[in-house]
Design a protein around this ligand. Sequence first.
Ligand code: ATP
Length: 197
Amino acid sequence: MGTRIGFYGGTFDPPHMGHTAAAAAFAAAVRPDRLYIIPNYLPPLKDGRVPAPAADRLAMAALAFPGCTVCDFELKSGGVSYTYKTAEYLHRLHPDGALFMLIGTDQLLQLDRWRNPAGLLRAVNVCVALRRSGEDGRAAAKAEALRRDFGAVVRFIPYEPVEVSSTEVREALRAGRTHPLLDGAVADYIREKGLYR
Ligand code: ATP
């Protein structure tokens, strides 16, 4: 069997325990030889909010995902980050590797709005973590549509949803509180740098 390459992209602004729990569940289910964590520079489908500086998000990802390979490909490329280009990059790094991409349900549900979904879905196996219980019906229907329309390989990984978003974490921090689902080392980093005030 060839190498198995896992990757998990996101804004990670900041990374929280939903991200790390999903990554752990993904690692347990897929057993990748390498797991790349890839912070994006500008997410295409978010509302124009400017994320924390790239260097800080990279540093927080390194603290939140020990044992993973934090990759600055999208941050170095700049501009809007398109996952199909990241998949091409990983394929150049690992020509014999099979690519496994982790996403949450919100991203699955809008995957055909991503740039070049056909190219991306030919290149990767999609692994989905359900972010909230009760989303499974819509998510299963969407997975079926992607299989039918693109020949996508989509599976759901066993994951007990940890219901948290970076938005919630930023709101707590802005209100002067911390958040229980923020990793301690990440919380310390945020405090030292004065982020999200
Ligand atoms: P924001 O609130 O700023 O929109 P977010 O919490 O959704 O951020 P992202 O960095 O945008 O976090 O997410 C990166 C990836 O992680 C996406 O595929 C998303 O679906 C997934 N994800 C985010 N939060 C969770 C969670 N709690 N459980 C499982 N997957 C998650």
